[in-house]
Structure formats: C-alpha cells, structure tokens
Design a protein. Structure first.
Length: 274
C-alpha cells in the first residue's frame, strides 16, 4: 500500500507527507460542510490524485469518514478522540496571558480575561496598566451577562436562542445607574455589539469605570469568555473607544485562534428578535 510519505507532488516545492496530510485535515476541519476531493485538492494546492490518496489513508486510519453516496469527506471518530484530548488540556488563562500583556502595553490600560460560567462570567486574569492611576478588577468575582462590556460581549456572541433565554428568564438587575435593565434596550445593544465586533461600557458595572471587550471562542466555536481593556471614565473618550475596540477585537481573535477556534466564513450576523 502506498503511504503518505511515498506520495510525490509533480509540480512546485515538495512538502513532507505529514505536512500534506495535516493540510488535508485542516481543510476538512475548517470547512463548514463535508467536502469532496476536488474542493479539498483546490484548497490545499495538491494535485487531485495526491489529495485522493491522502484522503484514502486518513479514512483507513479512521481519522476521516467518507460518505459513499455523496462522495464527501468529514472528520471521523479518530479525530474526535484527539480533539477531546486537546480540549481537556486547554488552559485558557495560560494561553491568553501573553496576549493580555501585549494588549495592556499596546493600549496603556489594564487588560482582563473573563471566562463564561453558565449565565455569568468570572474574572480569571488581568495585566495591570503601568499608569499611576489605573483600574484593577477582583479576580474570581462573578458578574451577570447584561452588565459591563466583558459580560455584554459574551452575551452578544451567543446564539439568538440563548440570548432570548437569558432575557426571558433572568432579571436585568441594576448594578449602577447606567446598567441596562430594559429587555428592548439590551436587544438593541446586542445588535450594536455584533455590528461593531466589540462591546463598550461606561459606568455600567462600576460608576467611574469604562471598558471595551470582545468575545473569545473555543475549538468548536463555543463562547468561552471575553477579553477587555478598562480604565477610569476620564481615560475613555468617545473618540478613542472605536480604536480601543478594534485593538481588543484583534487580541480576542488572536487568543481564539490560539484556542483552536475555526473562523466563521459565512459573513453572516445574527439578529435578536423581540
């Protein structure tokens, strides 16, 4: 039987058998739907015959599954075993910390990491600003998903059904005078956050604080938490919120990529129905 390492590419620089196999696996894993050999060959840049041989070996090893009727490939049970093992080893605070350091240095503000816990989120890490006057958060504290940018970023990233469930079954209690307590206003805010890619809070959780945050996604697209920068209200002007938001959104995307998140290629955004 021909092995992956025996397969040669007739054109272009040669890649190792392992590199070719990984390219095929990555293409199948990132595709929104099962794919045929022609699409996989095009996406990987491999000749169709080479891609087909690699696919056959991966199916034989139970790493991919092949549908005889539709002639398409999807991830198999072997891949699930490895994926679950990787998820068990996923240490989000450790993976995210260097990005928090970079974000704090880049913005001059305190950078925080929150993880989702059911219908709330918890601060688990922070990198303090080097400024003499700076914000800090209490690690380990739990906060509802409608108050503050770190919370709203998580809520806005959830599917519509979960957002609706939160609004219908949780009291939108006031934390400060600026906390959103109206279901209609919260739905509008979620639409704004989804369009921008980040959430903004001015005094919603702490009266004199302001922050911007973006959601973090895990290996199967699940919302795992959020990353933010925070400071005093005086440090956050409306003119700088957009710039800070874009920086935070980029940091969140980098952390999500390190967590193995698959980028959404549909370009579609969800809307919250009343």
């Amino acid at each position: 039987m021909t092995s992956i390492d025996d397969i040669e590419e007739p054109n272009g620089p040669s890649r190792s058998g392992i590199a070719r196999a990984l390219a095929v696996i990555d293409t199948v894993a990132r595709a929104p739907h099962a794919q045929g050999v022609s699409v996989i060959a095009r996406e990987t840049g491999l000749p169709k015959a080479v891609a087909h041989r690699i696919l056959r070996e991966l199916v034989a090893g139970n790493f991919l599954a092949f549908d005889e009727d539709t002639k398409v490939y999807r991830m198999g049970p072997g891949a699930l075993t490895i994926g679950l093992a990787a998820m068990r080893e996923l240490d989000i605070p450790t993976i995210a910390h260097r990005h928090l350091v970079a974000l704090s240095e880049e913005t001059g503000q305190t950078a925080t990491l929150s993880l989702r816990q059911g219908w709330s989120r918890v601060y688990v890490d922070q990198v303090l600003s080097r400024q003499e006057i700076r914000m800090s958060v209490a690690l380990g504290t739990s906060h509802p998903l409608h108050a503050g940018s770190s919370s709203k970023a998580v809520l806005a990233a959830l599917p519509d059904s979960e957002v609706q469930d939160y609004i219908e079954h949780h009291r939108l209690d006031s934390v400060t005078d600026a906390t959103i307590t109206s279901a209609a206003t919260l739905r509008e805010e979620i639409s704004v956050i989804r369009a921008a890619g980040y959430a903004v809070s001015v005094g919603e959780r702490q009266a004199e604080a302001a922050s911007v945050a973006a959601a973090l996604h895990g290996p199967i697209g699940q919302v795992v938490g959020s990353v933010s920068v925070c400071g005093t209200r005086g440090m956050f002007r409306e003119s700088t919120s957009h710039e800070l938001g874009e920086r935070v959104a980029r940091a969140a995307a980098r952390i999500s990529a390190d967590l193995g998140a698959v980028r959404d290629t549909t370009g579609e955004r969800k809307d919250v129905t009343p």
